[in-house]
Ligand binder design. Structure first.
Ligand code: G2I
Length: 507
């Protein structure tokens, strides 16, 4: 079973529309850039690469509506930051309380997200009664705890961090009531108990500072190899990835992930964040962005890296300042829930740039003018909504660049025909503030109303322009022009939504 690959990437699209709208309103109120462009969520981008993109969350945060809107829309997987830990779920022996964890699995269900269960056996956040048990009773207590919890969450949790943080930095086993009572055998015992309680869940060992090659990851590698050789149910290794700009990037992260994958295990980045000494400055922010990007790239480069979870997505709810005084700013969004450069870096690594060229709006162009040297330019345009949400046309503008070279600097523009009705189409010529060869002007096309449904096309928009003195153009070097007389993709015609470039390449 351990070598069987089951991808649980969860939702691929869905609840995004409303939440994008909520965010846009929020951004506008905060005075940020007004961007109306629907873009793929992190999870949609990751899903397109066969991965999930998730976040930790915690019960006290969920009533924060703005926070929950992002959590529920941008991420396809969530991990409870505290509410499935032993001190919460079995605070006194055999008194189980899954109330808080259930809130998280309910949220996930409502938002079509998978859940990584965190965690069954850990030396920390362990209620004192466990440490007070006679060693001879620890194994039964541990097995009972795992059995009750994994049974309760069967069907709601797709993966478990069965054992969390078993190693010291030098690769020796960490002291815990479990290790004291059973030696390192407690790990195999825990995995077997979890498998018996929930045979469907992916079972993981999870630790920090095992992202790169080194003594601690060597220890995890040796343990994983041994467990697999003994037939112990183990599906993957979780690399927490609590990074810090001041400590450098994990050594050979991709190669390290690959050696676990080569054992037949899945690998997951389970708790990614990148902290820094405050105050933040441009250099630290740039380093942070590159670390987020490199982790994402490493995961994508390893086929069995199944996904990435950030240890919460906003500085508003980071564990870092409480644990490392003076440090923080570790997350993808700032305290106001505004995206940081690291978010763009992750999106780029997930391939968003590719679809920056292919966004939700595609433009098709044909040249309706066979002569490049007469007194008119006649571009035909069509816009197609290739996304899954409706697009409001007044947010959209299109630019067709040309050179006005000789003659009068004034232009007339015309819409000759469009199934939308030419009254809906606005058009004018705009002179470039920084003229480029073949692009000292552009025809700017917009819309006064209308909505483009997913999959729909505006149909043909026949446009035409001339100089007011009717002198000839030399269109041969015009940036956006092609000689094609039937509709085709036009990378040199740009489409903007809310003023932001969503398609095409500017001159
Ligand atoms: O420390 C970061 C993470 C390292 N890997 C394992 C994770 O489980 C761990 O998560 C953090 C939580 O994010 C924190 O929220 O674990 C901490 C405890 O080790 C959590 O902090 C604790 C505080 O220390 C407590 O004072 C607080 O009562 O959170 C508790 C619940 O809010």
């Amino acid at each position: 079973m351990s070598s069987v690959k089951r991808r649980t990437s969860g939702r691929t699209s869905g609840t995004r529309t409303l939440l994008v709208a909520a965010l846009v309103v929020g951004t506008a109120l905060l005075g940020g850039p007004a961007t109306a462009a629907p873009q793929d969520t992190l999870h949609e981008l990751a899903s397109a690469q066969g991965r999930y993109f998730g976040s930790a969350t915690d019960n006290p945060e969920l009533p924060d509506a703005a926070y929950a809107a992002v959590l529920g829309s941008e991420f396809g997987q969530i991990t409870p930051g505290n509410s499935m830990k032993w001190d919460t779920t079995e605070p006194a022996q055999n008194r189980f309380d899954f109330t808080k964890g259930d809130v998280v699995t309910d949220f996930a269900r409502q938002h079509d997200q998978t859940v990584r269960g965190h965690t069954l056996v850990w030396h920390s956040q362990l209620p004192s009664w466990v440490g007070q048990l006679p060693p001879a009773e620890v194994e039964a207590a541990m097995t009972h705890h795992i059995t009750e919890q994994a049974t309760h969450y069967r069907g709601s949790v797709s993966a478990w961090d069965v054992v969390n943080e078993p190693f010291n930095e030098d690769g020796t086993y960490r002291t815990s009531p479990f290790h004291t009572a059973m030696g390192s055998d407690y790990i195999a015992t825990a995995l077997r108990a979890a498998h018996a309680a929930d045979p469907e869940a992916e079972l993981y060992l999870n630790d920090y500072n095992i992202e790169g090659l080194g003594a601690k990851s060597d220890a995890m590698y040796a343990l994983a190899s041994e467990l697999l050789a003994e037939g112990v149910p183990l599906d993957g290794v979780g690399m927490q990835a609590h990074l810090a700009v001041q400590y450098g990037f994990p050594y050979e992260m991709r190669a390290n992930m690959q050696r676990f994958a080569d054992l037949g295990l899945d690998v997951a980045v389970t708790e990614l964040d990148v902290r820094m000494q405050l105050p933040a400055d441009a250099a630290k922010v740039a380093t942070q962005s590159s670390y987020y990007q490199r982790v994402t790239e490493a995961c994508l480069a390893v086929e069995r890296c199944v996904g990435i979870t950030v240890w919460d997505f906003t500085d508003r709810y980071s564990w870092v300042p409480g644990t490392f005084p003076g440090q923080g700013a570790a997350n993808l969004y700032d305290e106001d829930l505004l995206p940081k450069p690291a978010l763009a870096a992750v999106r780029t690594a997930l391939g968003a740039e590719d679809d920056g060229g292919e966004g939700a709006l595609k433009v098709l162009y044909r040249n309706s003018d066979s002569s490049a040297g007469d007194n008119q330019i006649k571009p035909g345009l069509q816009l197609v909504n290739t996304g899954t949400t409706a697009i409001s046309l007044p947010a959209v503008t299109v630019r067709y660049w040309f050179s006005g070279e000789r003659g009068a600097p004034a232009y007339s523009t015309w819409c000759d025909w469009s199934p939308l009705g030419c009254a809906t189409v606005t058009h004018r010529v705009v002179a470039a503030s920084t003229p480029k060869a073949g692009a000292d002007h552009h025809l700017d096309v917009g819309f006064t109303g209308g909505t483009l449904a997913p999959g729909a096309s505006t149909g043909e928009i026949q446009l035409r322009l001339n100089k007011t003195d009717w002198s000839d153009f030399d269109e041969s070097d015009d940036y956006s022009r092609t000689g094609g007389s039937s509709y085709a993709d036009a990378p040199r015609i740009a489409v903007y939504m809310g003023g932001e470039l969503v398609r095409g390449i500017e001159p």
